[in-house]
Design a protein around this ligand. Structure first.
Ligand code: FAD
Ligand code: NAP
Length: 491
């Protein structure tokens, strides 16, 4: 992103931006100069939910959200699958929060680069780190960087219009794709790869990726897990969507479901229903109607189990390009969700021309002054209080690790907001001395030639995206270029 950051050397332009903000900056008008000022780093669900709960919980608090990109909403915009538009309804709640008089939004500010966390702590009474998980776990195996191997994070970013992934142009010129990992992200990707193009056309998937998907040769997607059917990380809704995906049929190995039917009765209810669905799909003879549907299907999907990645394979004639994946065959030690995969010593090679590693996202350190646990890849905290860092809090995926749906993120963000308000009430967090808030950050950004995008600037981008999408019957056509976003936000 750094290469795309717009630098405005003309101090005049910056002065006029801040002058135009002056009348809307809270604390200058009806609010007291000593109102508690909180800064939230990251404009995804965690950032917005933390802000919402703080604003609701205390009528005197003022919250500013600083977001790296010119556009808000984090993974709701850049992660959630385009064919799940209902999930994105949370955007209207976030918009209500951003429009409150006591809430400010400053996009295009990369904390840790444009402004440090220490600088924010000087300007605000408290800083909440809600910057998500911008990295991904790696497999740590030979060949991981071959052509045709992608992280789920990049692949998802590509079809969802994340500016840094817009040039990914994944190679979809092969018949079989393997996805490593069996979480909901893996299933999102499998669905996008196999969905009939007409189903995607009316979503907010980028036109650029739609064009590539329209020419895709991928006809078979295998979703590979290191453990068994009773340990998959995905949920029933997503498996059901695969089972019902038009023009596809399932391909499973009944042998991998050995013992599953017998174990069903002791499983807790959600896991039981999910496992039943998979076992039925793998083991039961289909009805005549279903058989007919499967016979006509031109695409195939399936789960494979008990397989861990060992090495990405290529041929000597084309050593740069993936041609398959070598997998260690595992057995399980223990039972239930905690069962461990143990290699048997056997290996299996699976041919594929596209390999997507979907084994989890990962938070990164953004500022050397902020505590970070590199092993767990989270900001170490106790109930949202960053350990040994007064005034610093965290929420969302950077607090918990990269797991949980938006509702989970909402709850843990509300918890952090509650912790912060308790600290204000008890005096653990001293809010008695006045702090300048965004007015303290302003000269630093001016000096560095960084110009924020306000929420009304985002609303101009939003209006343009909606306008461009309308012509094609899409909810929006996302802008892919940061420069264009910045330009539009200032028109
Ligand atoms: P994020 O959403 O990642 O937000 C973090 C924000 O911080 C981003 O906007 C980022 O740009 C910003 N940021 C990063 N670094 C900086 C910095 N240095 N300075 C300033 N800002 C910064 N949940 C569901 O309920 N339903 C779904 O369908 C669903 N689909 C998903 C699909 C995918 C591919 C993924 C990965 C997750 C999905 N989730 C879904 C889970 C959901 O997206 C997360 O629970 C939620 O987004 C986590 O919120 P967050 O705010 O912690 O992180
Ligand atoms: P996830 O749910 O944690 O799944 C990660 C998968 O990768 C698991 O199958 C895991 O297997 C596997 N894995 C991890 N390390 C591995 C390794 N070294 N080798 C092989 N396999 C490995 O993560 P995710 O799919 O990225 O999803 C993140 C969160 O977002 C989840 O909470 C998910 O529910 C949520 N999300 C929700 C939706 C939705 O609601 N529609 C959509 C997308 C994402 P093990 O179990 O063996 O570790």
């Amino acid at each position: 992103m750094s290469g795309q950051k717009a630098i405005f050397p003309k101090a005049r332009a910056l002065r006029s931006f801040w002058a135009s903000r002056r009348h809307v900056v809270r604390g200058l008008g009806s609010h007291s100069a000593s109102n508690p000022r909180v800064c939230v780093v990251g404009g995804g669900p965690a950032g917005f939910y933390t802000a919402q709960h703080l604003l609701k919980g205390r009528q005197d608090v003022e919250v500013d959200i600083y977001e790296r990109l010119p556009v808000p909403f984090g993974l709701v915009r850049f992660g959630v699958a385009p064919d799940h538009p209902e999930v994105k309804n949370v955007i209207s709640t976030f918009t209500q929060t951003a429009r409150q008089a006591r809430c400010g939004f400053y996009g295009n500010i990369h904390v840790g680069k444009d402004v440090s966390v220490d600088e924010l702590l000087r300007a605000y009474h408290a800083v909440v780190l809600s910057y998500g998980a911008e990295g991904n776990r790696t497999m740590g195996i030979p060949g991981e960087n071959l052509d045709g191997v992608y992280s789920a994070k990049d692949f998802v970013g590509w079809y969802n219009g994340l500016p840094s992934n817009r040039e990914l142009n994944p190679r979809l010129d092969c018949e079989t794709a393997v996805i490593l990992g069996q979480g909901n992200v893996a299933l999102d990707i499998a669905r996008i790869l196999l969905s009939p193009i007409d189903l995607l056309k009316k979503t907010d998937i980028t036109q650029r990726s739609l064009d590539v998907l329209a020419h895709s040769k991928v006809r078979r997607v295998l979703i590979v897990g290191r453990r068994g059917p009773m340990q998959v990380a995905c949920t029933i809704k997503e498996v059901r969507e695969m089972v019902n995906l038009p023009d596809t049929r399932p391909e499973m190995l009944p042998a991998e479901f050995q013992g599953v039917t017998e174990a069903l009765k002791v499983l807790p209810r959600p896991r039981k229903r999910l496992t039943e669905l998979m076992a039925r799909t793998a083991l039961e003879a289909p009805t005549e109607e279903e058989l007919e549907r499967r016979r006509k299907a031109s695409r195939v999907w399936g789960f494979r189990f008990f397989l861990s990645p060992l090495e990405v394979l290529a041929t000597t004639s084309d050593p740069a390009r993936v041609t398959g994946i070598r997998l260690a065959v595992n057995r399980l030690e223990g039972s239930g969700e905690g069962a461990r995969a143990v290699p048997t010593g056997e290996v299996e090679d699976v041919a594929c021309g596209l390999l997507i590693s979907s084994i989890g996202y990962k938070s990164l350190a953004i500022d050397a002054a902020v505590p970070f646990d590199p092993r767990r890849a989270i900001v170490p905290n106790t109930m949202g209080r960053v350990q040994e860092a007064a005034g610093l809090y965290c929420s969302g995926w950077v607090k918990t690790g990269p797991v949980g749906v938006i509702a989970t993120t909402m709850n843990n963000s509300f918890d952090t907001a509650r912790t912060l308000m308790e600290d204000m009430d008890s005096g653990v967090l001293d809010v008695s001395a006045a702090k300048p808030g965004s007015l303290g950050v302003r000269p630093l950004l001016e000096e560095r030639g960084v110009r924020p995008v306000t929420f009304s600037g985002w609303e101009k981008i939003d209006a343009e995206e909606t306008r461009r999408g309308k012509a094609d019957g899409k909810p929006r056509e996302k802008l892919l270029d940061v420069g264009e976003m910045l330009h539009l936000s200032r028109t």
